[in-house]
Design a protein around this ligand. Structure first.
Ligand SMILES: O=P(O)(O)OC[C@H]1O[C@@H](O)[C@H](O)[C@@H](O)[C@@H]1O
Length: 294
């Protein structure tokens, strides 16, 4: 069955055998399998059966809108929003399958401001419509977010794909394509640095916002023979890229296994160091394409 739907989620399977699972809560992708393997990290302690709107999912691809952490100076409008905005705490609607052929399987999810929980909506009472488009091929997963301003005044927002990659061994991972880019280091009180090395490795808590990244393509090299299972990540119409691994701080995150930091890395394309300004009645689009070397 290419599409299975229950109360909580949609499972999509492409003719190649690749598949995704998307929860209505946050339109969060919690699984992407291709080449017979799971490619996304999802904490074993995630409470997927208790998604009551108060707790985020640690893993998969949470969608961040309209505010990312406190990366940019929060405007008065977004100051009271929870970390990473409201979209990931809202229950999205299934909008159906758009394309289903040998090449791709594409499905859509929608969220309007009316679906945002009341206590969050009042902190950012803008009229908007979001469409999240998920496209699956044999070896790629494409995510597109469309933001439409349904109000009469312009508004500003951040958008980010908080992608958790599954990695067999973090000590062997290197991320290529972020050299010579200024980043603010959240672990060092937002001090700014630039790496000249051609790849990033992770051996401690890492929480960096790479700003205005002109390159759109990155490699996440898992360090396995022949480059097998490496990821290529392409960002579409997004300026910044966040790299996060909580390291042993994971032990203080309630729904994150103590040692699981060894098996994940987040590489998160988004626009978070400034607010994207959207005029009334206009639509903005951004996205990412993840590809696995099979
Ligand atoms: O626990 P949350 O809210 O999902 O956030 C996880 C992490 O998300 C990253 O994007 C941030 O840069 C980190 O600072 C943050 O800790």
């Amino acid at each position: 069955m290419p599409i299975q739907i229950n109360e909580e989620k949609v499972s999509l399977t492409h003719s190649s055998g690749s598949s995704v699972e998307v929860y209505f809560f946050g339109a969060t992708i919690t699984s992407w399998k291709c080449g017979g393997k799971e490619r996304l990290f999802l904490s074993k302690d995630s409470k997927l059966d208790e998604l009551d709107g108060t707790k985020e999912i640690h893993g998969g691809i949470p969608l961040i809108f309209p505010q990312f952490a406190k990366a940019s100076e929060p405007s008065a409008e977004t100051a009271n929003l929870p970390q990473h905005g409201t979209a990931r705490y809202s229950t999205w609607k299934w909008l159906g399958v758009d394309v289903d052929n040998d090449e791709e399987l594409t499905a859509k999810f929608g969220l309007t401001d009316a679906q945002v929980p009341e206590n969050l909506h009042k902190e950012w009472p803008k009229k908007f419509e979001l469409i999240f488009i998920v496209t699956l091929t044999a070896d790629t997963l494409k995510n597109t977010l469309e933001v439409r301003n349904k109000g009469t005044e312009p508004f500003g927002f951040n958008a980010l794909f908080h992608t958790y990659y599954s990695v067999p061994d973090i000590s062997k991972v290197s991320i290529k394509g972020l050299n010579d880019i200024t980043y603010s280091d959240k672990v060092k009180n937002f001090a700014r640095f630039k790496d000249v090395k051609d790849s990033i490795t992770i051996d401690q808590e890492t929480d960096r916002i790479y700003e205005n990244v002109p390159r759109d393509e990155f490699l996440i090299d898992l360090g396995q023979p022949g480059g097998v299972d490496n990821f290529t990540l392409k960002k579409l119409n997004l300026k910044d890229t966040v790299v996060w691994n909580p390291w042993i701080k994971a032990r203080s995150i309630s729904d994150f296994g103590d040692e699981e930091y060894k098996n994940m890395v987040c590489v998160e394309p988004g626009t978070v160091t400034e607010y994207i300004k959207l005029e009334a009645d206009k639509t903005w689009k951004g996205g990412q394409i993840l590809k696995v070397q099979l």
